[in-house]
Design a protein around this ligand. Structure first.
Ligand code: VAH
Length: 318
């Protein structure tokens, strides 16, 4: 671990922003190079080495790998589900080309280890909805999900064929307060807190009963660092591990917010993202992750709601 020098591609996104902070705390700022398609805000730029990299450009990544003697890459650059449906060709090109670039760097021995995020979006309408198992029917209907399923197959291929050490997690919807809601279908569960604090009301783009697997960002970060730090022999799944914490519906989340803000009102106006959410599981069986590398979640809906309202409160108190 001490010799690790890490490059985070897509380091300014929801996961990257918080993962970088934890990696820099663990390895030291100078050992963690952050990159994204454009410069970060002043705060991030001041915290340690930053490089502008287009993750679809192999030579841009390779140059930084050589310059900083990088040993591990976390590839977090991707276009998420909802945005990907608006720009399908770009989503496929970004999500796949960036993955091949990083896997090829590992295949050619230029880096030692790769982390690549998959998603519950790899599951589709025909997948068993409850306690979705690690191996099951997978017929994703979004470009994002198709790219993640294809990416999982390529990760397993590069591991089996070339011995690449690539580790991957199928993230549920992630909830955090440090970055604005992105182009994800699950991002209603972030936006609702901003709107509750600003207007005490929220119009949900998913219907009241849309149950989806979710996770607080701190759990997701801990899982990411855990899977990258266990001995290689403990990694038995070389496509991507199911990972779970909790599941809830917009109605249930609104009820939890009302415990803190009794006047909060939610209404429902489903849009194109309803069809995406309907194709995803209600809950996930992550027993392989729990058995193979000791995963266990810590944050439930009460803690998440309390943290989100507490940390975002000052932003809207002005
Ligand atoms: C999305 N937040 O909504 C992402 C995630 C499980 C969903 O992959 O697209």
């Amino acid at each position: 671990m001490l010799k690790s020098r890490i490059l985070v591609l897509g380091g300014c996104g929801q996961l990257g922003t918080e993962l970088v902070a934890h990696l820099r705390a663990q390895y030291g700022a100078k050992k963690v190079i952050v990159s994204d398609i454009k410069e970060a805000d002043d705060e991030m730029m001041a915290q340690g080495p930053f490089e502008v990299i287009d993750a679809t450009d192999y030579s841009q990544i390779e140059d930084v790998v050589i310059q900083y003697e990088i040993t591990e890459i976390y590839l977090l650059a991707a276009m998420l589900s909802a945005t990907g449906e608006k720009f399908p060709a770009k989503a496929w090109q970004l999500n796949m080309t960036s993955l091949f670039n990083v896997l090829d760097l590992a295949k050619d021995g230029k880096i030692e280890k790769v982390f690549w995020p998959s998603s519950i979006a790899v599951f589709g309408e025909s997948t068993p909805k409850n306690n979705t198992p690690q191996q099951t029917v997978m017929e994703p209907s979004t470009v994002y999900g198709i790219s993640k399923l294809a990416g999982e197959r390529w990760c397993e291929y590069y591991h089996r064929k070339y011995g690449v050490d690539v580790r991957s997690i199928r993230y549920p919807g992630l909830i955090s307060y440090k970055t604005a809601p992105g182009g994800g279908t699950t991002d209603y569960a972030v936006d609702i807190f901003h709107k509750a604090l600003k207007h005490d009301c929220y119009v949900s783009f998913l219907n009241a009963q849309s149950e989806l697997p979710m996770m607080y960002i701190e759990d997701a970060i801990r899982a990411t660092i855990a899977i990258m730090n266990v001995p290689r022999s403990q990694i038995k799944v070389h496509s991507s591990y199911n990972l779970a914490a909790l599941s809830f519906t917009p109605e249930q989340l609104a009820a939890e917010i009302k415990k803190h803000r009794p006047d909060f009102q939610i209404s429902y106006d489903p849009d194109f993202r309803q069809e995406i959410a309907d194709s995803w599981p209600n809950s996930i069986d992550d027993s392989e992750a729990r058995n193979d590398w000791g995963w266990e979640h810590k944050f439930g809906i009460e803690e998440i709601t309390e943290i989100m309202l507490r940390e975002l409160g000052p932003v809207y108190a002005k």
